[in-house]
Design a protein around this ligand. Structure first.
Ligand SMILES: Nc1nc2c(c(=O)[nH]1)N[C@H]1C(S)=C(S)[C@@H](COP(=O)(O)O)O[C@H]1N2
Ligand SMILES: [Mo]
Length: 319
């Protein structure tokens, strides 16, 4: 039986009336020609292969802030994603044609479980949660973003890092053909980032697959990106294809590019200025041109959850 039953059709596919009508026509054609052209579809996907599709079974998280979230438009048109250009509007403009799926993630290094996983298989063991987080870029602007994702702590524990693993390193897709910014040498590709294991198993970080309840837009790092709300935005590596458990502190892209300006830790810290500007205050995107800047909070306001991770570390030297 090669013609799909209603139950075989993913909910995400049902949302698009145009596709639905096309499929009806296709099924009719298939029936006409003996039904042999339709491949059996995938069963209901956690991350649907359709732009803007709603994510199912998302539960709310007590870690969310009650500050007002930025608009979908702010969040999806003012971005940093150098693989798609260095201007704030470039990722929105240049990532439209990017087709993230199918996607695989390589898990390697000092862990009991390693291997290559299709995104669906990677995500499936974990619960989807909405986490509304304050985000702070090192460029002194901020947003509040309703992410949907899975707990990084759960992911790390699932792969069972060995006692040798002290860090977890991440890498972004490095594809000259699909990412126009990669063809220009603005950074040393692939984009890479890392956390200590202690940071990675803190309850706050997530691997996001969505925002505002829907599939993550390309410019925000589809299909999967890191979100670490107490660190400057550049830690939040997008389009992740590799996760490696390491003994040594991994290289990170902005530290490689400008070691005097960007360290490994990248904790939001109003008391340590960037060499070229102050970090004491921030501009909330969307607040309007007459809004005054607001003070930046230590650890972006998440100190209660994370300050203990840095006890005894000189935060002026380990910036
Ligand atoms: N692969 C990759 N990830 C990246 C970047 C990038 O250039 N490439 N920019 C970082 C920076 S500087 C910021 S502030 C955040 C912005 O994420 P957002 O636009 O989705 O809010 O993505 C981070 N992740
Ligand atoms: Mo940033």
């Amino acid at each position: 039986m090669l013609i799909r039953k209603q139950a075989d059709i993913r909910p995400s596919e049902i949302t698009s009336e145009k596709n639905y009508l096309n499929r009806r026509a296709f099924i009719r054609a298939g029936a006409l020609f003996g039904g042999s052209i339709l491949a059996p579809p995938a069963i209901s996907a956690v991350v649907p292969d359709e732009r803007g599709a709603r994510l199912a079974k998302v539960r709310k998280s007590s870690f969310s802030t009650d500050e007002a979230a930025n608009s979908f438009e702010d969040i999806t048109t003012y971005n940093n994603y150098y693989e798609f250009g260095t201007g704030k509007g470039d990722p929105y403009r240049n990532a439209q044609d990017f087709d993230p799926l199918p996607w695989t993630i390589e898990v390697e290094g000092h862990a009991e479980k390693t291997g290559t996983f299709d995104l669906e298989d990677f995500i499936k063991p974990f619960d989807l949660e909405e986490r509304i987080y304050r985000m702070r870029c090192v460029e002194a602007w901020s947003m509040v973003i309703p992410w949907v994702g899975i707990s990084l702590a759960d992911v790390v524990k699932h792969f069972k890092p060995t006692s040798k693993a002290k860090y977890v390193a991440f890498e972004t897709l490095n594809d000259r053909k699909r990412m126009p910014g990669v063809r220009r040498g603005s950074l040393d590709w692939p984009y890479r980032e890392g956390l200590t294991i202690a940071e990675a198993v803190n309850p706050l970080p997530i691997l996001a697959v969505g925002l505002y309840g829907q599939v993550l837009p390309n410019q925000n790092g589809a299909p999967i990106r890191l979100v670490v709300p107490w660190k400057y935005g550049f830690k939040g590596i997008k389009g992740i294809v590799r996760m490696r458990f390491t003994e040594k502190q991994p290289e990170t892209s902005w530290n490689m590019a400008q070691p005097r300006e960007y360290g490994f830790y990248a904790n939001v810290n109003p008391n340590v200025d960037h060499p070229r500007w102050s970090q004491a205050r921030e501009r909330r995107i969307g607040a309007g041109i007459f809004a005054s800047k607001q003070p930046t909070l230590m650890f972006n306001g998440y100190g209660e959850e994370v300050a203990h991770l840095y006890k005894g570390l000189d935060l002026r030297r380990n910036y």
